[in-house]
Design a protein around this ligand. Structure first.
Ligand code: IPE
Ligand code: IPE
Ligand code: MG
Length: 235
């Protein structure tokens, strides 16, 4: 079986998972966060080199104050746990998205984690926090426009590589496989530029129940695709 080099996951369904158990949404987020710890290590064990996970979108601020507060609390403790996960597994963590909207202590935890794990090479994990594709592309275009205004580049010199190199994912290969849990068939503003040739896999399984077996099922489905552009079917 060919293992995709880069897997991106829209981890969805924490709320529905909890509701089905008669529990509050916050319980779903707690279990979802625990599952994220597990899946990072499972993915590494399977041989995935890059893993990108969508944990909080630019639109998720519109949720109730209580829910946003619960999620912030979870990010606070998760980012600290990631230091151990990074060291134990030699994983390089990068946060994609705009961290400036977070409280100062969360921003500091993000910087600490990125600095601490920068040189680790066993695996690369991208945590999408306050991430939105439209926001990311807008920031990239703004920085190019700035260079044009300063006379550093001409508009006709702008290439798609230059846009890519100013995205939060600069230097990271595009995803080979995108997984969305919990049955919704949309991107919800995730990596729209980077997913141009990615294979999509949707499952009804809610995120807290998405385990190693489910991940392997997704990789198996990926292996049965005819990859015309990715050149993945080398095995
Ligand atoms: C995904 O689960 C987690 C986040 C978006 C933070 P949801 O909270 O979206 O769960 P559902 O979709 O309401 O079930
Ligand atoms: C997408 O899930 C965002 C994350 C997984 C962080 P949502 O549950 O927020 O997306 P919509 O609202 O169903 O499109
Ligand atoms: Mg959802």
């Amino acid at each position: 079986m060919t293992i995709p080099n880069h897997v991106a996951i829209i981890l969805d369904g924490n709320g529905r998972w909890a509701k089905a158990k008669g529990m509050p949404r916050s319980y779903g987020h707690i279990r979802g966060c625990e599952n994220l710890e597990t899946i990072v290590e499972e993915a590494k064990d399977i041989g995935i080199r890059y893993l990108s996970v969508y944990a909080f979108s630019t639109e998720n601020w519109k949720r109730s104050r209580d829910e946003v507060e619960t999620l912030m609390k979870l990010f606070r403790s998760y980012l600290k746990k990631c230091l151990k996960i990074a060291e134990h597994n030699q994983i390089c963590f990068r946060v994609i998205g705009d961290p400036s909207a977070f409280d100062a202590d969360i921003q500091k935890s993000i910087r600490t984690l990125e600095d601490f794990s920068r040189e680790f090479k066993e695996m690369h994990v991208q945590l999408a926090l306050n991430y939105g594709s439209r926001d990311e592309v807008t920031r990239s275009v703004r920085s190019l426009a700035q260079d044009v205004a300063e006379g550093k580049i001409r508009p006709e010199d702008i290439t798609s590589e230059m846009i890519s190199s100013r995205l939060d994912t600069a230097g990271i290969p595009d995803p080979d496989l995108l997984i969305r849990t919990s049955g919704e068939l949309r991107l919800s503003n995730f990596l729209m530029w980077q997913l141009a040739y990615t294979e999509f896999y949707f499952t009804d399984v809610h995120w807290p129940d998405f385990d190693r077996k489910e991940l392997l099922k997704a990789i198996e489905a990926y292996n049965n695709r005819d990859r015309r552009y990715g050149g993945v079917k080398e095995a």
